[in-house]
Design a protein around this ligand. Sequence first.
Ligand code: IVH
Length: 671
Amino acid sequence: MTKSVSTLTFKEARNELTSLKTELARHDELYYNKSEPEISDWEYDQLRRRLNEIETQFPELKLRNSPSQKIGAPVSGVFSKITHKKPMLSLENAFSKEELGDFIERVQNFLNTTKNLEFCAEHKIDGLSASVFYKNGQLAYAATRGDGYVGEDVTENIMTISDIPKSIQYLGEIEIRGEVYMPIRSFKELNRQREETGEKLFANPRNAAAGSLRQLDAEVTKSRNLGFFAYYASTFEHNLGIDKQTEVMDFLQKLGFSIAGYRLCQSLDELDEYCQDTSLERPNLPYEIDGAVFKLNSLELQNRLGFVGRNPRHSIAFKFPAEEAETVILDISIGVGRTGKITPVAILDPVNLNGAMVSRATLHNFNEIERKQIAIGDTVKILRSGDVIPKIIAVTKKSGNTTFAMPSICPSCGAALVQYPELVDLYCPNHYGCSAQVVRYISYFVSKSCLDIPGLGEKQVAEFFEEGRIKTALDIFRLREKEIVSPLASKPGWGKISAQKLYDAIENSRNVSFARFIVSLGIPGVGEIVAQILADRFKNIESLQKAEKTDLVELEGLGDLMAEEIYAFFRNDVNINFIEEFKNLVTVSYQEKVIDTASKFYNKTIVFTGTLSKLSRNEAKQIAISKGAKIGSAISGKTDIVVVGKNPGSKLKKATELGIQIMPEEEFLKE
Ligand code: IVH
């Protein structure tokens, strides 16, 4: 039980502050730099609140570099930095109609008017803000907000977002700001794939968007299907002849940007109505929002109002109340994942959480159950902060039942569960004999990232398994036409056409690329990207099977642990037999990249600088790589060619000093 701050001794307060500081720093690092938060925003706020309370009670313990003094995200050292022309600030928050009323009153007082003012009402998109700068109609660079003054250069990654035009019909310098977000469908699909490959899940679409934008490989960003809603434009030469925020939105749309819509509001009641309408719309939107934003519509009045600290006076963000509810835990079920990971899930008395009925909440692992002392029958507070599966944040009423005990055997196969050192989760080690794991694996094997057999989902696989039609993943290929088509044709939920389609899909899936073949093996942590790296390096399964740990470790994108996992996988007898049989049932192909050794770029190290006008930096790199070049990021003695686009930076100067061959974009394209 946490002690009330007023009863803490000086020593206890000092110790707690030290650990809170370390804990907050760790969560900041996980949130901002790794985009993998372990706790919800709500829990984070509670830690910060506790820190503030202790510091208020014991002011002598307040440290100069206390987290309570920190604002915004630190800029990591990974990307180069871009200083914003105008700071990217944040908005003050309002949580009620009353606070919205106070806001309108403040604005009226400041402008010395009692007249009704016009506001542009917009969705508050739950993503991360980004700034995109255009020169001569071409996208020149893009940056994250960072600490508001200096952001990170994410130009290449932003270029992969289809909502962001590469060129616009406006020739002066113009900066567009908006929110990068991940559509809910893409988020669910990404987490589904990550679950299949045993990767850590993103807690919500905002974290997934942040993690996807801050990727070192722009191809990964591209694969994440991010979206962008624009809401701000600023020119630095002359104004746009536009004097209202609603006109800015129309202008942005004409330039080719997506906007999330807006509504003109003229009174407090209309602001309130917008909040209510938006909150009803929220469960059906294809993207996450966490509130509404109200902006004084007149840009001239906006300018007159100026700022208080880091917030402009002209706008406010209305934040929806946290999606929290109380309910009772009816049961705790134990799930067994594809890799044998055991996950406890709370089965709840169904409760309405902002329009959606919730009947399950994840309990993560047994440490969590122990820490929160959770028992069946307890009343709990649940929270859904954009997460797909809501989580339990606290027990609000104990039932008196004993805390749910950690199981010792697998609920599916009865094998003794194991706790591996360094891992929090429990595992069922019976990977090949545990039917829950086998069914999960077969479902994975036929899923989109593996053999891609439409018509076979987890439910159908489980049915086929229970009926004894398939015992292993490879049995899918041993199903004969007469075993599929006629029995399925009369089954509920099937029919002759879908049964025939399934048979054809299975036959089509017999031609499989080497990368997909690798993904299908289900090596923990090996998803599409790692599989492609392995396929490009080893070309065929025999070479990959023979790879030494050292060959794997040196591949970019693989860590020591993954190399170890892959190496061990290919030395397990069950896996060796599986691969042998798998090879006999499918045709595996690897499309060799043909490299023209006569190309000017063959074996050359190329560095790109400046903005390319005909293609993205990434496309240019792909072209160079396909001609046998290596890509460098900085100019050094090893650089052979520097390809120069518009507005090259210091790299061109350095290259000239070192006497390195300079190649204009046009010449690069001719090659
Ligand atoms: S306008 C001075 N409009 O909410 C900041 N922001 O604290 C002006 N956001 O940092 C921002 N939807 O990341 C604006 N329609 C919208 C928005 C929006 C989401 C985010 C943005 C900003 C934060 C406000």
